[in-house]
Design a protein around this ligand. Structure first.
Ligand code: V47
Length: 378
């Protein structure tokens, strides 16, 4: 069979095989739709297996979104609500603690905490969420607050990033999730989320977190109004900060779900686009140890396939996810350990339970402990 091969892929292949970094022009050229997605996948798989062998990681995690009331109106968001919306909610301390209890009882090692920026809640309310949970359930890793929230806390308190992060860390914050990145290029960012933390602020917060020894993740929201140039710019900015700090753990490409958003006239990205994005991300982000196929948003089949297109992680079993389900995700709301490990094995990989900071998790009945470090753990 003769395939339409883009002229530049041979040069890219040589570089990838030799472990040489792709330059900006090569990175952008990979988005050309004439390039066979499976060839990209094959190259990405080479990198993935060099870094993580045949292992595919997951964790047992629970989500907590303490409020969906938000001052911002990002066009892609179906989760946010106004104060007086029937959908609007704020969780009480008791509800927050009950979620922590539920997480611990379900064997979770991580609570993923993000939410809206509620104009009637002060910084101390957000700080208390962390303190309450950490004091009650110290074994739960609190992966909480994106730079959008941290930037809001700085705005509310007129204090600096470092000051806020140190206080949050001392209260029990374990690491930062990757959200709020969307698309960094101002041509797109100004259209989809013009008011919230801008790109410089997003990077300043991750840089400061890394300087303080906090690890973090990074995401990219694709499949809406951005193009190949914007996606390349996004990945290269992340590669640059990772060169400087090495503090990112995982990159998570997030497929846009249009339902119930102000961009509902757009169709959602195809599985092929998602696999292409995963593969290209793996090829460009040569200094990231892990790439996550977030099954909640990719759908289970695409997430399984992504394990051969550069991804080495499926996120977790997940319970109480709202951001994607409000935007029309039809995936289940939870997977059992048996289900997630079966999906990984079915994809030809060896499942490994990890904690948030990429250590093996060893279980004995209902108790667990942190085991050996995996790629990228410190
Ligand atoms: O920043 C919001 C995205 C992000 C929609 O760090 C949407 O381990 C698609 O960051 N369609 C939050 N995407 C989720 C996130 C995340 C998820 C899983 C793991 C980790 C991690 C982080 O979700 C937002 C935004 O980019 N998002 N609405 C939507 N309609």
């Amino acid at each position: 069979m003769i395939r339409a091969v883009h002229p530049s892929l041979d040069a890219v292949r040589e570089k990838i095989e030799a472990g040489v970094r792709l330059d900006a022009a090569e990175c952008e050229s990979l988005w050309d739709e004439r390039i066979d997605v499976h060839e990209l996948g094959e190259l990405a798989n080479l990198v993935r297996e060099r870094k993580n062998g045949n292992l595919a990681f997951y964790n047992i995690n629970t989500h907590l979104n303490p409020t969906n009331v938000c001052v911002y109106r990002c066009t892609f968001c179906a989760f946010r609500a106004d104060l007086r919306d029937a959908r609007g909610y704020v969780m009480s301390d008791e509800q927050i603690l009950a979620r922590g209890r539920e997480a611990v009882d379900a064997g979770s090692t991580e609570l993923h905490i993000v939410g809206g920026l509620h104009h009637q809640k002060d910084y101390d309310w957000y700080l208390r969420v962390i303190r309450l949970l950490h004091d009650a359930y110290p074994s739960l890793h609190l992966k909480a607050w994106t730079p959008v929230e941290i930037n809001w806390f700085c705005h509310l308190t007129k204090r600096g990033i470092r000051d806020i992060l140190v206080e949050m860390r001392d209260a029990g914050l374990g690491s930062l999730p990757g959200g709020g990145a969307e698309i960094f290029h101002p041509e797109v960012r100004d259209k989809i989320c013009e008011h919230k933390a801008d790109t410089n602020e997003w990077f300043a917060i991750h840089r400061t977190a890394h300087e303080l020894g906090l690890r973090s993740n990074a995401t990219m929201l694709y499949g809406h109004i951005e193009n190949a140039f914007h996606r390349t710019d996004h990945l290269l900015r992340l590669r640059q900060l990772q060169d400087e700090t090495g503090g990112f753990q995982t990159f998570i490409p997030l497929a846009f779900h249009p339902e119930n958003t102000r961009l509902s006239h757009l169709s959602k990205p195809s599985s092929v686009m998602s696999l292409r994005t995963m593969a290209i991300s793996r090829l460009v982000l040569d200094n990231f140890d892990h790439l996550k196929a977030y099954w909640i948003m990719l759908g289970i089949g695409t997430a399984q396939a992504a394990l051969a297109y550069g991804a080495d992680d499926l996120d977790g079993t997940v319970r109480h996810e709202l951001i994607y389900h409000d935007a029309g995700a039809t995936t289940p709301e939870i997977l059992s350990v048996e289900e997630i490990t079966r999906l990984i094995r079915e994809a030809g990989r060896e499942p490994v339970e990890r904690d948030t900071l990429y250590h093996r998790v060893e279980r004995d009945g209902t108790t667990w402990r942190t085991g050996a470090p995996l790629a990228g753990a410190r």
